[in-house]
Design a protein around this ligand. Structure first.
Ligand code: 4NP
Length: 168
């Protein structure tokens, strides 16, 4: 099983929708017994909470029900997950610092990277923008970014790990 962890700051806006869209894409490919995912925040502001109402509402528009409860990234996560996929540069620095401090080395580019490294339409923008202080349409922009980036990320992981669907 390949495990992917999506990380943002609060774990109520970006990473829960990144997790849910990735899981949906994995399911569409019939690979749910090969690839799993979760999400976490670098901060502990919203531990135990459901995602932001605006994230939930926008996900519902796309037929996705969000049930994730906010949690803070732990040191154990650094070993438990094959890939840690962050939303922005601040998340990258926070996870990188934790990894460096606890493992006494820098994570490989394959272990820790920005989701938009895989965005086919990135046009040079490397971050999934934080919608927390923005209006509702921003949440749809985030959805579109994470959906298309995750399609490409999944293709990359299937190729990298030579993942094939188990025939029934
Ligand atoms: P997220 O958005 O990192 O995408 O979940 C945020 C959620 C909460 C806060 C900031 C960003 N906050 O400051 O509480």
């Amino acid at each position: 099983m390949i495990n992917v962890l999506f990380v943002c700051l609060g774990n109520i806006c970006r990473s829960p929708i990144a997790e849910a869209t990735f899981r949906e894409l994995v399911k569409k490919r019939g690979l749910q017994d090969k690839i799993s995912c979760d999400s976490a925040g670098t901060a502990g502001y919203h531990i135990g909470q459901l995602p932001d109402q605006r994230t939930i509402k926008n996900a519902e528009k796309h037929g996705l029900k969000l049930t994730h409860r906010g949690r803070k990234l732990s040191v154990a996560d650094l070993d438990a997950f094959d890939h840690i996929v962050v939303m922005d540069e601040a998340n990258f620095k926070d996870v990188n610092d934790l990894y460096y401090k606890t493992k006494h080395k820098t994570p490989s580019a394959d272990k820790l990277f920005l989701l938009r490294d895989h965005d086919p339409e990135t046009r040079g923008i490397k971050e999934v923008p934080d919608p927390y202080y923005e209006s509702e349409p921003f949440f749809e922009d985030v959805y579109q970014i994470v959906w298309r980036s995750n399609e490409a990320l999944l293709d990359y992981l299937i190729e990298k790990h030579q993942i094939v669907k188990t025939e029934e």
